[in-house]
Design a binder for this molecule. Sequence first.
Ligand SMILES: [Ca+2]
Ligand SMILES: [Ca+2]
Length: 202
Amino acid sequence: MVKLLLLCLLVVVFDHNPNSTANREFKFKNVPSPSKDDAATQAKLTLIDGDLDGGSAELAALTDGRLPADEDEPGSNVYFRAGSSGGRFRMDFGSVINIAQVNSYSWHPNSRGPQLYKLYGADGTDPKLNLDPKRGVDPASCGWKLIALVSTISDHGENGGQYGASVSDVGKYRYLLFDVYVTELYDNWGNTFYSEIDVIGK
Ligand SMILES: [Ca+2]
Ligand SMILES: [Ca+2]
C-alpha cells in the first residue's frame, strides 16, 4: 500500500508491510530500507517533552542502525509512555546540513505500528528560536518551520505491521523536531514503536 500526501510542497511517501509479510529486513516497495550510516547516526538526540515508556529503548535506539528482529520487541523500539499522548524530541546535526530525506520506521503487530508526527526544522539562525518548545507551544511560533505532517493511519482499520515513511527534499537545517502523537485513543496502547529514523544528506 502506498499513499501520497502533499503538504507544504513536500511529498511524504509511506509503505506498509502487513503482519503476514513483515520481517527483520524492513524491505519496502518505495521507501528505502533503514541505514546504519546516515546523517542521523552522529546527531545528538534530546527529549523535549513527554516520557518514554518504562519498556522503551533509550532515545539513541532511533539512530543506532539496529532493527527489531521480531514484530513485538519493546526494547528495540522507542515509544512514549502508555496512556500518554506522545511527546517531542530534537535532533541536532551540529551544523546546517542539506537534507534529502527523513525516513522513519516502525513495527508492531497491532495498534503501535502506524506513525503520526509533525516534522519541524530550524537552521539555528533565528534569534527567537526556542530549542525546547513543550507541548502547548507551537514550534512554528518560536523559530521552527513546519516541514511535513507524517501520517500512515489508514481509514480502514489496518493497523498492524511494519511502516516506512519518507519525507523528501527536506531542505537545509541544523535541527529537526519530531512532534510525535499517539495514533489511537481506544486504549492505552497507541504510542508507536519507532525502530529507526534516518536522515539522508544530499
Ligand atoms: Ca540509521
Ligand atoms: Ca534502531
